[in-house]
Write a protein that binds this ligand. Structure first.
Ligand code: NAD
Length: 291
């Protein structure tokens, strides 16, 4: 099936990045959000990020202008009715996502592929509430979308081969790399990454190392570009905790229990970079460890 028009629901951090890469690859993009402010911010972010790519010589000025012109924003969900593919990237709450699919489905073509960028909600369960579980799958981008090379493609139990192949072709056209994952809690990247971050927090909690010694150990000893605590701050400690809870609940194995220190940081509202404090304090000129 030929995909030309892509509908994106949710114009937050992920939605704007997805709109950016899709438009740059030549797709027509319909971007929707309940918030007019989010749509305005998304367009400003996309233009700013494209300008930066032009400045670095990675994107030609004409391609930037064409990409911006291919994105239409709307607060009306039904405007996405003519999309060939819909990528839902709204707030990570199952009731929100279900309500979006319920409202959108009556306006869609029977052939439209529906996908979700969820990091943790079961694709099979989301699909079962739609009229097209065989045309439903997970389309999981990494943050920041314009920079990260990987896209996880997650099959629900009912996803058919044609749907998977069509989504893979989109990833190829983006010049990104697809990793195919089955629908189990946290898929591949977060299934491996989050327990590592959680273990780094346990290492801090038990006093085995300081914030600095843990991060420099993994950077210099395992060749990771960022230390695990620095990375946790970048992702958001609330997100890390939520994913650990999904692993713990979904796999019912105590090895996934969230570290009490991670919970304590989240309770304090120290969520990492987005709240200016996490394992590091970002309020000054240089990040300072908080323990
Ligand atoms: P975000 O909070 O930045 O953006 C969510 C957007 O959804 C907001 O602009 C909000 O107004 C909008 N929204 C809420 N309800 C809506 C509705 N009914 N209709 C339309 N728009 C609605 O969140 P985000 O970080 O962009 O995450 C979006 C999705 O991507 C989540 O499912 C998340 O799990 C997933 N994800 C996030 C990351 C990450 O690192 N942030 C990485 C991969 C996947």
């Amino acid at each position: 099936m030929e995909i030309q028009t892509i509908g994106i629901v949710g114009a937050g951090q992920m939605g704007n990045g997805i709109a950016h890469v899709m438009a740059l690859a030549g797709y027509d993009v319909l971007l929707t959000d309940v918030s007019a402010d989010a749509l305005q911010k998304a367009m400003d972010t996309i233009k700013g990020n494209l300008d930066r790519q032009v400045g670095r010589g990675k994107v030609a000025e004409a391609d930037r202008d064409a990409a911006v012109a291919r994105i239409i924003t709307t607060q009306t969900l039904s405007d996405l009715g003519q999309s060939d593919l819909v990528i839902e990237a709204a707030t990570e709450r199952e009731t929100v996502k279900q309500a979006i699919f319920e409202d959108l489905i009556p306006h869609l073509k029977p052939t439209t592929i529906l996908t979700s960028n969820t990091s943790s909600i079961s694709i099979t369960r989301l699909a079962s509430r739609t009229d097209r579980p065989e045309k439903f799958m997970g389309f999981h981008f990494m943050n920041p979308v314009p920079v990260m090379q990987l896209v996880e493609l997650i099959r629900g139990i009912a996803t058919d081969k044609e749907t998977f192949a069509a989504c893979r072709a989109v990833v190829d056209k983006l010049g990104k790399t697809a990793a195919s994952a089955e629908d189990f809690p946290a898929f591949i990247v977060n299934r491996i990454l989050m327990p590592m971050i959680n273990e780094a927090v346990y290492t801090l909690y038990e006093g085995v190392g300081s914030v600095e010694s843990i991060d420099s150990s993994l950077k210099l000893g395992a060749n990771h570009p960022m230390g695990p605590l620095e990375l946790a701050d970048f992702i958001g400690l609330d997100t890390c905790l939520a994913i650990m809870n999904v692993l713990h609940d979904g796999l019912a194995d105590t090895k996934y229990r969230p570290c009490p220190l991670l919970t304590k940081y989240v309770e304090a509202g120290w969520l990492g970079r987005k709240s200016q404090r996490g394992f590091y304090d970002y309020r000054g000129d240089v990040p300072v460890p908080t323990r």
